[in-house]
Design a binder for this molecule. Structure first.
Ligand code: PLP
Ligand code: LYS
Length: 443
């Protein structure tokens, strides 16, 4: 069966969902009802073809724009061995921010040289692990890290490529918690107070650190190219300073990730257009200085996996409060998707076992945790539910499984990749025993 991408229908709440003759939602050409019969609920199902197509579109844009580049997948968005393998197969580097993400990418067989590591408080163990594995680059975030890295490199007798993370003072129009480029941020060297220049001069003294360039990331879920334009101009100036005034062996400018995706009815440009806008902004910023654009790195996460993921839940109970609200409860919630609780995120949904049905009235989708804030959706027009219906929450591929918790000792869902009518399990469902496996009994 040919797969029809969910991306094309999601932004329009009234658009038809891809479905088979029985009216069952299709994900990568696989019936969601069959998926649930085989793998249970909750289940995160990815349209693998859509992930690959998105990555290929990004490569195409860079090639069309004719700039040297590297795209890395920000694995924080969804980090499993299979996803790292897919990213590697599609010629992406991988951005990791912890020992656990580094371990996963290496376990996936991705060469360490294709990885780079972020983090505002990398532990000595994480930095040692990164250096010992031969990581492609460390993005140095603060002065304490410079000292720590210098010691670790000395002790290991190794050399590493380094990018300097800059806090550029660029405000992104997004939720406060996912905005990172503003001056008042825990990430990076503050540009306004000359910390970046100080970092350049200190790093120059670290013999085993080869400072190949600079990095900045203004935030996540951004639609507007304007912030990137300002960023590109600031960073071109920082780059020129490092190269010319400090004589650092620069060749890389990393402008981060953050490209926004539609969750419901946002007016989102196609993400490849946003990437093109960023590339053009970088070209213009360097042209203004009479310089060629360096090797341009980006590190998107959400835009690669977000639209391709669908979470399938089983409806259990309902509560109708006359004149107040209608609740439908599913067998997951904030433990597999904390994004409404954290950021007020909005989602679109349908019943996968009857994807053609028209909405009857607004329903609010509640999780099963012992917490009133455990909600996935408020007041979405949906068909009246029945226990046993399969609720499909769309665009849940990024920062869901990755942020899942064991609150109320709820196990994490299983994950499947679906492509051309075939489904592959890529993460097993946790069991109750898995959840208790690290406990040490008193006797
Ligand atoms: C440094 C850095 N790079 C890349 C990303 C990926 O962002 P996104 O998933 O929005 O593309 C993030 C997350 O915001 C980040 O903090
Ligand atoms: N976790 C956030 C994105 C954080 C991006 C990482 N810097 C979200 O779900 O939107």
């Amino acid at each position: 069966m040919k797969s029809e991408h969910l991306l094309d229908v999601r932004p329009r709440v009234d658009a038809p969902f891809p479905r088979d003759e029985a009216g069952h939602l299709l994900i990568g050409g696989v019936s969601a009802v069959d998926l649930v019969a085989q793998f249970g609920t909750p289940l995160i199902a990815y349209d693998e073809g859509l992930i690959r197509d998105t990555i290929r579109a990004f490569h195409r844009v860079f090639q069309e724009e004719g700039v040297p580049y590297q795209i890395s997948y920000a694995s924080k968005a969804f980090c499993t061995v299979a996803m790292c393998q897919l990213a590697h197969e599609e010629d992406l580097g991988i951005d990791v921010v912890s020992g656990g993400e580094l371990y996963t990418a290496l376990a996936a067989g991705v060469p360490a040289s294709k990885l780079h590591m972020h983090g505002n408080n990398k532990t000595p163990e994480e930095l040692q692990y990164a250096v010992a594995s031969g990581i492609g680059a460390v993005i140095v975030d603060n002065f304490d890290e410079i000292d720590l890295l210098a010691d670790i490199l000395q002790e290991a007798g190794r050399t590493v490529d380094v990018l300097v993370r800059v806090a550029p003072g660029v405000e992104a129009h997004t939720h406060d918690y996912i905005s990172t480029g503003q001056q008042d941020s825990k990430f990076g060297f503050d540009l306004a107070s000359h910390q970046v220049a100080e970092a350049f001069s200190r790093l120059k003294e670290v013999e085993r650190a080869r400072v190949i360039g600079v990095h900045a990331h203004i935030g996540s879920q951004i639609f507007d190219v304007e912030g990137f334009r300002l960023l590109a101009h600031r960073m071109a100036s920082v780059y020129e300073d490092g190269l010319r005034r400090f004589g650092l062996p620069f060749s890389v400018l990393n402008l981060g990730g953050g490209f926004g995706i539609p969750y419901t009815d946002e007016d989102a440009p196609p993400v490849a257009d946003l990437v093109r806008g960023v590339i053009r902004a970088a070209k213009a910023a360097f042209a203004d200085r009479g310089m060629d654009v360096p090797v341009l790195w980006i590190e998107p996460g959400r835009s690669i996996v977000g639209p391709a993921g669908v979470t399938l839940y089983r409806v259990g109970s309902r509560k109708v409060i006359p004149g107040v609200r209608n609740y439908v409860a599913i067998d997951g919630g904030m433990t597999d998707n904390p994004r409404l609780a954290l950021y007020g995120a909005k989602y679109h949904a349908c019943y996968a076992n009857r994807a053609a049905d028209r909405p009857d009235r607004p329903w609010s989708v509640a999780g099963k945790c012992c917490e009133s804030g455990d909600m996935l959706i408020w007041d979405l027009p949906l068909p009246d539910p029945e226990p046993g219906d399969i609720l499909a929450v769309l665009a849940t591929g990024a920062y869901t499984y990755a942020m899942a918790s064991h609150y109320n000792r709820i196990p994490k869902p299983a994950v499947v990749f679906c492509r051309d009518g075939e489904a592959r399990l890529v993460a097993r469902r946790e069991t109750w025993a898995d959840v208790a496996r690290l406990d040490v009994p008193l006797r």
